[in-house]
Each structure stands twice: as C-alpha cells, then as structure tokens.
Design a protein around this ligand. Sequence first.
Ligand code: AMP
Length: 217
Amino acid sequence: MITMILMGPPGAGKGTQAKRLVNKYDIPHISTGDMFREAIKERSELGILAKRYIDDGHLVPDDVTNAIVRERLAKDDCQHGYLLDGFPRTIPQAMALEGITKEINRPVQFVINIDADEKELIRRISGRRVCKVCSTPYHIDTMKPKVENVCDVCGGPLIQRADDNEEALRVRLGHYYEQTRPLLDFYKKSGLLHSFDGTQDLNVLLKQIMSLVEENE
Ligand code: AMP
C-alpha cells in the first residue's frame, strides 16, 4: 500500500509527477482541482459553487472540499493506496484528512513537497496547456505534445485553464504562501515531509521520489 500527498505551489509540477507516480504504483490519482473542474463541466451544484471561487484563484471553502475528499477516499479503489494532489491546502483540511485516514485505516505515509521559485512558476503557468479530456499537462515551449494542440495520451484537444491567467495566478500564489505553506511545518513535525527541487529534469525528479518511496515502503 502506498499513500501519499503531493504538495507545492501552482506550477511546481505536481500534476505531471502525479500522473507518472499513479501509473507506476497503480493507485488512484485524487486531484481536488480535477474533481472541481469535472463538476464545473457537468454543471452540477458543486460545480456551480466551485466555479465562483476557482475562476478568480480563490480556494473553495474547507467544508465543501473536505466532504468531496471524504467521499472519494471511502471508495473501493483506495483500499490499496492513494495519491492526493492539491489536497490538503489549509491547516483545517490537514486536520480533517487526519480524521478521514483514521476512519479508513490508511494513514498518509509520504508528503512530497515539490518547490520552485516564483519567477519559474509564473513562466510555467503562463505557458501551460492541459488536455480538456484527461487533464494531462503540457507547456508551449518545454513540454510540447507530439502533434500541436493534441493530447499524446488520449487525443483530446489542449486548452488553457481559465485560472491560468496572471491575475488569478497572483491570487493563487497568495493563498499558497499564506494558507498552504504553513502545512510544510505541520508535516515536518510529524516526520512525513520530503522536499524536492521542482526545477530539475522531470525524469530525475521522478526517480528521486520513487527511490524515497521504495526505500521507505
Ligand atoms: P489545482 O488544479 O490543484 O491548481 O486547483 C485549481 C483550483 O481548484 C484552486 O485554485 C482552487 O480554487 C480549487 N482547489 C483545488 N484544490 C483545493 C483545495 N484543496 N482547497 C480549496 N480549493 C481547492
């Protein structure tokens, strides 16, 4: 069983590493951002509520976010592990997660923090494109698809996320530094935190994370 959290500012490369890690370890990829975007596409009640926050770069309220994660982690496919991407993002979410993982008897083993400086984050986010269908991330200069604007994985069209604009990014980074970064201390104290340099080669970073997991599994 492998249970892990991927943390880091927007643009650090969480989504890219998450896709690779879940393939390697055959565990579900639980991205709260993807879950909200899915709900927005479906125009469900959750989607209508979440859109108001997401488009401007604000965080969706904790009670709403905690509830969708509680429901998701209770599903059968999480019995052999999970990878949380983009959750928790606040101290109350981390505390709720402790309760949830106790209930399901599958505590978090690894908190992987991927970091990069602000200039690099802005460069990555402004050139980011994602597959509309499977949300695989690309970059217009450094991670191009084989065929322009077409996803290598599923053939879906590539789009720019509504919140990947300069104004929303500034708000998202503000939330990250004020609300999410304090979680690093929270997890450091519990001995679960492992930090990595997100600016290095993607394959090198993947290998470093996998070595850590495999040495401590
Ligand atoms: P992401 O795809 O992780 O960058 O998330 C996109 C947006 O979804 C964020 O900017 C928030 O508006 C919302 N979101 C995702 N995860 C959370 C969370 N754990 N708590 C609150 N809002 C979230």
